[in-house]
Ligand binder design. Structure first.
Ligand code: TRP
Ligand code: SF4
Length: 400
């Protein structure tokens, strides 16, 4: 009923690093070629944990959008916007809160986990408890069916699906639905109408999946049905009411293969990152001072790449030929570690070159950045409004 639409968001909490690039952004680059995509800066979400440093939001949001564009996100293909510039997210969040059981929020695993992890902050706030619900509003307001996120966010998507089902169940009832469905069946003509009713009974009373499939294709063949009637009968067939907020699917992003400088996963909290737009000298210095196989104390000591974080970088960046050279040279002490690191430095700088080039172009033209964001926000507001009209009507709020 609704066309495929991808939505994802990122919190503006600091500069992006190569882990974001390999984990998230490269995935977005593929998606923007295939689907309608909406990517947004989740600045309200950032405030749920960083409410005590509001001053950083603006700079981080701007830098993050530049990072996205520099990575190759194309504003002609994807809509880029800022959450707080689409206030309807907050309206939907409020309306969804009316039907959100407190227990559902308390049960979301990130709630307690994050409170423990960020124990230096007071996260016993209403806003932090509501974090997953705000995320649900972000998704449902665009009727986005595909949401690319990492493993850690899967519970938030599951929560979103539960909220959408509950919403549709409570508010998806059209007044006089049964009658309207009966009228629509009549429009199918007596033979086809009878067949539809039989298939519906077979599915609803006997759980016959084939009857459901047949019923759907029967509906697809109907020439006389309006879009509304078709939607009504499709819901009636499945024993559900109208879908106002469709359930989104999780597009699980594979964990980033990007290692950090110490061999652990690259992450700001481990202090082992290389920034997406970090300058060349600093990158070279970080790689040169990276730990290697501790067995290689002297240049003449042979090593084992499996025990060396630099090898993980070679696996990500180097050709088979270079990897061979590393294997041979390391285990025979034929090459030194600095020598071994040189191709890694070069590959990172090569990968970075087009990113820096695009970033320079955008940095030099703040008016263009502003236009990309304002256009994106305008588009997002329009799309959000389409859903909100139905939501307000369903809640009895479309008066005056
Ligand atoms: N919670 C997400 C994160 O921390 C960010 C986010 C907010 C998001 N709203 C979203 C992601 C909607 C996907 C869809 O990564
Ligand atoms: Fe690591 Fe390369 Fe040194 Fe071997 S030669 S220990 S793989 S940096």
């Amino acid at each position: 009923m609704f066309a495929d639409r991808v939505l994802s968001g990122m919190r503006p909490t600091g500069n992006l690093h190569l882990g974001h690039y390999h984990g998230v952004l490269k995935n977005w680059l593929t998606l923007q070629q295939q689907y309608e995509c909406l990517f947004f800066v989740a600045d309200w979400h950032a405030l749920t944990t960083h409410y005590d440093t509001p001053g950083i939001i603006e700079q981080h949001s701007r830098d993050m959008v530049i990072d996205w564009l520099a990575a190759g996100i194309d504003p002609a293909k994807a809509t880029l916007f800022i959450q707080s510039k689409v206030p309807a997210h907050a309206e939907l969040y409020l309306l969804l809160s009316m039907i959100t059981p407190l227990g559902w929020l308390e049960r979301v695993p990130t709630y307690k986990d994050q409170q423990e992890k960020l124990s230096e902050k007071d996260l016993s706030t209403y806003g932090f408890l509501g974090y997953p619900l705000l995320q649900s509003a972000d998704i449902l307001i665009y009727r986005a069916n595909l949401v690319p996120v990492g493993e850690d966010q899967a519970p938030h998507l599951e929560f979103t699906r539960e909220i959408s089902r509950r919403f549709n169940h409570i508010f998806g009832k059209e007044p006089d639905f049964e009658n309207k469905a009966a009228q629509a069946i009549k429009k199918m003509g007596s033979r086809q109408g009878k067949l539809y009713s039989e298939l519906r009974t077979r599915y609803l009373e006997q759980g016959d999946e084939n009857a459901l499939i047949e019923g759907r294709s029967l509906l697809n063949e109907q020439q006389n049905l309006s879009v509304d009637d078709r939607e009504r009968l499709s819901g009636y067939l499945e024993g559900r009411s109208k879908v106002i907020l469709p359930e989104p699917q999780t597009l699980l992003t594979r964990a980033s293969r990007m290692p950090g400088l110490d061999g652990q996963k690259m992450s700001k909290s481990y202090g082992n990152t290389i920034g997406l737009r970090e300058d060349a000298d600093s990158i070279a210095k970080k790689i040169r001072t990276m730990p290697t196989d501790p067995a290689r104390i002297r240049r003449s000591d042979p090593g084992n790449p499996e025990k060396c974080p630099v090898w993980q970088f070679h696996q990500l960046y180097s050709s088979a030929e270079t990897r061979n050279w590393v294997q041979q040279g390391c285990t025979s002490a034929g090459i030194g570690c600095l020598e071994c690191k040189q191709p890694v430095i070069q590959s990172i700088l090569d990968e970075q070159a087009p990113i820096l080039e695009r970033a320079r172009m955008y940095e030099a033209d703040p008016a263009q950045i502003k236009k990309i964001i304002t256009d994106g926000c305008e588009k997002a507001n329009q799309l959000a409004e389409e859903t909100m009209r139905d939501v307000r009507a369903a809640l009895g709020l479309s008066y005056l």
